[in-house]
Design a protein around this ligand. Structure first.
Ligand SMILES: [Zn+2]
Ligand SMILES: [Zn+2]
Length: 246
């Protein structure tokens, strides 16, 4: 019976594909004309990934009642060079697949729904001071050449922060192993001294919104924020599309 229902399901999906000519950009199932990017299950899933309330210090999803003036109970011992962080969602399915698909393929098509998801976060982020520069976490040129684009730069460009300029003066000066393949302790070592600010471009007195797609331990954002502060930045606020539950 299970085999039969699976076959019937496949047949229905095949028929729907013939009628719809559109496929969900996350799970690849056929979708109808009304659904522009994702099937209803994936939309629902994405909505459940969006966080209502997160710790402004470490980005972890947390109830509004558990917030302390100094962060959440989990980040009291940690040192961050960024002044606060805003994140759109939790790095879990289907947001995880959306980000991976965005990075690996179909990038321009997915930027619009990603920008739609981030809009509310940016509006609510309430960065304490007006932002001068929106700065993406840079990729090493070799990785950018291979991928063809920097996903964080595309996300950063999709922002609308009044008076903020897109800025790429933070660069990656060392090719590093991908953080995802390392343990927490290795990540800090791997990323150390991997970034620099371009010569003759300083951030003196400027407020920066640093943008990345995913925050895992925060080691990358932290190192970028440290370099920006060394270059004179007044405040560095971080924005990520998704933060891992850590
Ligand atoms: Zn789907
Ligand atoms: Zn926290």
């Amino acid at each position: 019976m299970k085999g039969f229902s699976q076959t019937a399901g496949k047949l229905l999906k095949g028929l729907a594909g013939l009628v719809c000519h559109k496929y969900c950009r996350i799970c690849d199932c056929p979708i109808c004309q009304d659904d522009e990017y994702f099937c209803s299950d994936c939309w629902q899933g994405l909505n459940s990934c969006i966080v209502d309330s997160h710790c402004a210090r470490c980005g972890k999803e947390i109830s509004a009642y558990a917030k302390l003036p100094t962060g959440c109970p989990d980040c009291q011992e940690q040192t961050f060079h960024f002044d606060s962080i805003a994140c759109t969602g939790v790095y879990q399915e289907p947001l995880r697949s959306l980000i991976i698909n965005f990075k690996l393929a179909d990038k321009t098509n997915l930027l619009k729904p990603i920008a739609d998801l981030t809009r509310g976060t940016i509006e609510r982020a309430n960065f304490a001071e007006p932002i001068d520069f929106v700065v993406p976490v840079p990729l090493h040129w070799r990785r950018r050449f291979k991928r063809g684009f920097n996903q964080s730069a595309l996300i950063a460009k999709s922002f609308s922060l009044p008076a903020a300029k897109f800025n790429t003066d933070l660069v990656r000066i060392r090719y590093t192993t991908q953080q995802a393949r390392l343990t927490d302790a290795e990540r800090h070592k791997n990323i150390k001294d991997a970034f620099a600010v371009r010569r003759y471009h300083n951030f003196s007195g400027k407020n920066v919104c640093l943008v990345d797609d995913v925050k895992t331990t925060g080691a990358t954002l932290n190192e970028c924020a440290r370099v920006l502060k060394d270059a004179g930045a007044n405040k560095v606020f971080a924005f990520v599309l998704a933060a891992a539950r850590h």
